[in-house]
Design a protein around this ligand. Structure first.
Ligand code: DGJ
Length: 719
């Protein structure tokens, strides 16, 4: 080796030993080691804490050998892996110059800085004329995002995608993704990691009922409290693509990014695109511990709601579009009587909105539906001690509306094509300043003129052929504009909370939750469906953000009937609400409902600040709960969701409690319980029992036989 080269490599080794080659980020139970030898940073380790990682030693131990029929250098799975360096999977950055050049960039490291645990790495490609800046931080969860800048003084750069890639160890051989449909969101799907790639693509312009932007990879057979798990979420409210790929050389990675339509983003000279944030979690001890990191991260933000989450009454399933003032006043009275704290007037109060064919876009109170305006209703509601909320769908327009008649050009469309309607509506182009200002003005006036403290902000249409300026695909710009509209309204009306609703739970992610306090998890309030929906949603959001309403005895979406006890036991673990025709209930039924609301209020402080836990059970059951963070108390739900395979359920194991603490175990009776245990019950069921945390973890708690579609509620307090 020439002397100069030998000196250079020695210097390099020294600097790497001194820590310049790797950056060690310490989280809370998880560490990340980032390598800086390539252009984009490379996550060398994402897992258990390490003492003092040494870049040289890691290289010596982990450097991959050359293999047959492969490049002479092994390209890393960097945060933005490069085809141009030989990475054989899906490149992190996709794009090109107008003449086709610049499509296979290869970045070189430029500089990096570590500031308060936040690593910023800048890389340059002088040939492609691009700069890439990656930021990585680790606290409750790992957060990664990247930004590409077009350095050319005169040439645009067409961007086809900028995704974040994270390597996952080879022992992660199973994948969990969430799927579903309207009325059945957040269904957990587990597969073994296939050879090749598992892809999830969403082009609906919202996070979607079908493909929420979340996936987990874990060791074979990983469970709620066992096995290593790595999870990643794309905090973005538009289109997305998720990929989990096993490369032929054995390496595995997950990749998450915004899915851009062809031509959707072109960077002008000097222009930049910043990827959505990828939030990633890891645990060596199962899915529950990993997903709690998503919750802790949300709760740590200053904007996280701190006040007790008010119990909601929502008018939708009680009245639909029929806004009769007398009925609404009577509903408010009954709502107050059962302990409701926030009364929400749903769709139908504005413009010509007497059904779902017209009126969207005209955010002025309808003289037809509310001849005296909203004030008599609001005064009645607030006079009864409740706050008042109202439904809006600001990003949409019905062709049959004053707004559309005046400005048909404000709808997202594709010139030359008849737009495809969905629920008789089109997307309003909020990226167009006049449309944005118009909607902002109307909502601003609505909030300024009325005592409204809550907006249920809906979105009931996919983006289909949603072209913005010049018919260019408009989903990205619309998503950013919706954020800006929410942010502006929140600045002007700081006391107003917002719920993210989208035909139920089709708009749920950590970016929308920076500006919304709650999500409407699903239009389906059937508790049997809700057990699964809320279980899936709990993998991303904490209970206090999860809208969960006690619906009518007979579900409007499934037609099934359920006792109040099962409906209540299911809903009270979220941000509780009631959504049914209270005027159709007897006094006794109202009393039961009031008792259910008070059970929730009794446990609310713990439910809305504790650690959500899910338990592994036989498939006929579903069990979950909330532990107070100091482990002094817990509330557990054990539900039979299907005909049971054996006459008695197996003991429910409750891991993670304080092993030496003595817990008083008691059943919490639920109002409206018509069917209790089917035969006999264990002694603790009626008399309570005292058990230590280690006994509950390893021996478990014997439940009585339960009817299918019933749930038991169990309280653990310190004895
Ligand atoms: C869809 C929502 O999910 C429902 O709760 C309700 O608000 C309707 N939209 C109103 O149109």
């Amino acid at each position: 080796m020439a002397r100069a080269a030998r000196e250079r490599s020695e210097q390099e080794r020294e600097s790497r030993q001194a820590g310049a080659g790797v950056i060690h980020l310490r989280g809370r139970g998880t560490d990340v080691v980032v390598g800086l030898s390539h252009g984009a940073p490379e996550v060398v380790h994402w897992g258990a804490p390490l003492s003092e990682p040494d870049g040289t030693a890691l290289d010596a131990a982990l450097e991959r050998p050359r293999v047959h029929a492969a490049p002479d250098t092994v390209a890393p799975v960097s945060v933005v892996p490069e085809h141009g360096s030989g990475f054989p999977g899906r490149p992190g950055l996709l794009g090109s110059r107008p003449d086709g050049r610049g499509w296979a960039p290869r970045f070189r490291p430029a500089r990096h800085a570590l500031d308060g645990g936040r690593l910023t790495v800048e890389a340059l490609d002088d040939v492609a004329g691009l700069a890439l800046t990656t930021t990585i931080s680790l606290d409750h969860a790992l957060s990664v995002r990247a930004e590409v800048t077009n350095l050319s003084p005169d040439e645009p750069y067409r961007l086809d995608g900028l995704s974040i890639t994270l390597p996952v160890p080879a022992r992660a051989s199973e994948l969990v993704t969430l799927g579903g449909r309207w009325g059945r969101e957040f269904q957990v799907r587990r597969t073994s990691w296939p050879g090749g790639a598992h892809t999830v693509e969403n082009r609906r312009g919202r996070t979607s009922h079908e493909h929420p932007p979340l996936l987990f990879a874990g060791a074979a057979g990983f469970g709620e409290s066992t096995g290593a798990v790595w999870g990643a979420h794309l905090a973005w409210t538009g289109n997305h693509a998720l990929l989990a790929e096993r490369l032929p050389d054995g390496r595995r990675y997950v990749q998450l990014g915004e899915l851009l339509h062809p031509g959707e983003i072109t960077l002008a000279p000097g222009g930049s695109y910043r990827s959505p944030e990828v939030v990633a979690v890891h645990s060596e001890a199962g899915l529950t511990a990993a997903t709690q990191q998503f919750h802790r991260r949300l709760r740590a933000r200053p904007e996280h709601p701190r006040s007790p989450r008010p119990v909601v009454f929502n008018t939708w399933e009680a009245t639909y579009f029929d806004h009769d003032l007398d009925r609404l006043l009577a509903l408010a009275e009954r709502a107050a009587r059962i302990g409701i704290e926030r009364f929400v007037l749903d769709d139908g109060w504005f413009g010509s909105r007497r059904d779902d064919t017209s009126g969207l876009g005209d955010w002025t109170v309808s003289a037809d539906a509310h001849p005296e305006g909203l004030d008599p209703l609001i005064a009645h509601v607030t006079g009864l001690g409740m706050t008042f909320g109202i439904w809006v769908e600001p990003g949409m327009v019905n062709p049959d509306s004053d707004l559309y008649r005046a400005h048909p050009e404000w709808a997202l469309a594709n010139d030359g094509y008849q737009p495809v309607l969905a629920r008789n509506q089109l997307v309003l182009d909020l990226a167009r300043p006049e449309a944005f200002d118009h909607v902002l003005g109307q909502l601003d006036r609505l909030l300024a003129a009325h005592d409204i403290t809550f907006l249920k902000w809906d979105m009931n249409r996919d983006h289909i052929g949603a072209g913005g300026a010049g018919s260019r695909a408009g989903t990205h710009a619309q998503t950013v504009a919706v954020y800006r509209l929410m942010d502006t309204l929140r600045q002007r009306h700081p006391g107003v909370e917002i719920e993210s609703c989208s035909s139920g739970g089709a708009r749920v992610d950590h970016e929308i939750l920076r500006r919304t306090e709650r999500v409407w998890t699903s239009d389906c309030t059937d508790p049997l469906e809700r057990q699964a929906i809320q279980r899936g949603a709990s993998m991303l959001i904490p209970p206090e953000m999860m809208g969960a309403h006690i619906g009518p005895e007979r579900s409007h979406t499934t037609g099934r009937r359920h006792d109040l006890a099962f409906r209540a036991a299911t809903s009270l673990f979220g941000h509780l609400g009631v959504e049914c025709d209270l005027l159709a209930l007897s006094d006794a039924e109202l009393d039961d409902l009031a008792a259910a609301v008070s059970v929730h209020k009794r446990f609310r402080p713990m439910l809305h600040s504790g650690d959500a836990v899910r338990f592994d059970t036989e498939p006929a059951y579903m069990a979950h709960g909330v532990y107070r963070p100091d482990l002094s108390e817990a509330l557990i739900s054990f539900a039979a969701i299907a005909p049971v395979p054996s006459l008695t359920p197996p003991p429910l194991l409750l891991p993670g409690l304080d092993p030496g603490r003595r817990y008083r175990v008691e059943r919490v009776p639920l109002p409206g319980e018509r069917s209790g245990p089917t035969h006999s019950s264990p002694p603790w069921w009626d008399k309570g029992a005292v058990l230590r945390g280690d006994e509950l973890a390893h021996l478990g708690l014997q439940l009585p036989p339960l009817h299918p579609e019933t749930a038991a509620l169990i309280h653990l307090g310190t004895a």
